[in-house]
Design a protein around this ligand. Structure first.
Ligand code: HEM
Length: 403
């Protein structure tokens, strides 16, 4: 039985996941927080669990434990009322309302802004010959993008960058600085919603205020919780998709050359399958999929008692050889790729179109403008954030010819 949650595991969890899939596919373990939970590692079981209505998302009635939602420092009852923490019928109502505001059309109209933000960030380091692609690129891009989309004024966006930086650096526990950052973000968003209500604009927060369903609107608290979860769920995930994706391309030169030449030819098909494959191969979300059994159930042949926490390990399911051909191979042109990187079922990621847009443009702009990027560290020396929730690098130092 491999040891879980060690430094080696944080660096490369895939051998441990292969062992679990083969020998203990629904495995009870003690998390570093002390909470006992079931880990689900096979693709078929994972997909079933994500869509199983007997597994509830609502932590309120299901015992203690910290960091369940993946939101460090999150404690206040009103912030808890967000999509990732509720079940139908409340989930159905809130999801319908937010879907009216956060439409694929709004995301598509946002493409020029994503290009501007990306290009501006690359301008910031292209003349230097070196950069940390997490700090200088993957980290700020999603925070500026989601702030823009929500309608946070440009002059306030650096505050979000600071608060988000605090959360990402110290994520996983409600430490003082993190709790303060969450509080500041929350009160800023409440005030912003209050102001926007009086002066609706063309942005997502205004659309959240406008959205109605059979005469029902979001309350101000619900709108604040919704804006917060969009920021929170859409931020570190996207940082890690871009960071993990760039890392994979830097250490696998053949795949990277294939993508680079396709981008140079102006093709988009390989870029689209590449982002899906990077989500499968080394996706951002490892365990952020808390659920609680509302009754005793059988999962992958294992009995799970009522009240037990169940964590679907997306990163393990997406390397299952029973579902994917040569799962440990990064095949950027992979066609049959129903990965679970964005989840599955009623909680399927609502931000997937935005994440895809950001990742596709980020990879293509960077590889095009800095074609000779090389990793400026030994891969073994790179540090992964040892969180259970997300998988991502702390730094990604690179060298390149100055632009
Ligand atoms: C849900 C992954 C980006 C907002 C989810 C879930 C996953 C996921 C796995 C389901 C969790 C579960 O079932 O327990 C990702 C990844 C992203 C990403 C890998 C980037 C690469 C975004 C973005 C946004 C967003 C950009 C918003 C701006 C949400 C929300 C939910 C969600 C609100 C909850 C939906 C619900 O419960 O109905 N995401 N996400 N995500 N995501 Fe994302």
């Amino acid at each position: 039985m491999p040891e879980l949650f060690t430094w080696e595991f944080a660096t490369n969890p895939y051998p441990a996941y292969a062992w679990l899939r083969a020998h203990a596919p629904v495995h009870r373990t003690t998390l570093p927080s002390g909470v006992e939970a079931w880990l689900v590692t096979r693709y078929a079981d994972a997909r079933q669990a994500l869509a199983d209505a007997r597994l509830s998302k609502n932590p309120v009635n299901h015992g203690a434990g910290s960091g369940r939602t993946g939101i460090p420092g999150e404690r206040s009852a009103d912030l808890m009322t967000h999509l990732l923490n509720i079940d139908p019928p409340d989930h159905t109502r809130l999801r319908r309302l937010v879907s009216k505001a956060f439409t694929p059309r709004r995301v598509a109209l946002f493409e020029p802004r994503v290009r501007e933000i990306t290009d501006r960030l690359i301008d910031g380091f292209a003349g230097k010959g070196e950069a940390d692609l997490i700090h200088d690129f993957a980290f700020p891009l999603p925070i500026y993008a989601i702030c823009d989309l929500l309608g946070v004024p440009a002059e306030d966006q650096d505050d979000f960058r600071d608060w988000a930086g605090m959360m990402i650096r110290h994520g996983g526990g409600p430490r003082g600085g993190v709790a303060r950052s969450v509080k500041k973000m929350r009160s800023y968003l409440s005030e912003l919603i209050h102001r926007k209500r009086a002066d609706l604009a063309d942005d997502l927060i205004s659309d959240l205020i406008r959205a109605s369903d059979h005469g029902e609107h979001l309350t101000e608290n619900e709108a604040a919780a919704m804006a917060f979860i969009l920021l929170f769920a859409g931020f570190e995930t996207t940082v890690n998709l871009i960071g993990n994706g760039l890392y994979a391309l830097l250490v696998l030169p053949h795949q990277r050359a294939q993508l680079q030449s396709s981008i140079a030819l102006g093709e988009t098909a390989l870029l689209a399958t590449a982002v899906e494959e990077l989500l499968r191969y080394d996706g951002p979300v490892e365990l952020a999929t808390w659920r609680y059994a509302t009754t005793s159930i059988t999962l992958g042949g294992q009995s799970v008692a009522a009240g037990d926490p169940v964590l679907v390990v997306l990163a393990a399911a997406d390397r299952d050889p029973d579902r994917f051909d040569q799962p440990d191979l990064l095949d950027l042109a992979r066609r049959d790729n129903p990965h679970l990187g964005f989840g599955h079922g009623i909680h399927y990621c609502i931000g997937a179109p935005l994440a895809r847009l950001e990742a596709q443009y980020a990879l293509s702009a960077l590889l095009q403008r800095l074609p000779d990027l090389t990793l400026a560290a030994d891969p073994d020396d790179l540090r992964w954030r040892g969180g259970l929730i997300m998988r991502g690098l702390r730094q990604l130092p690179v060298n390149f010819s100055q632009e």
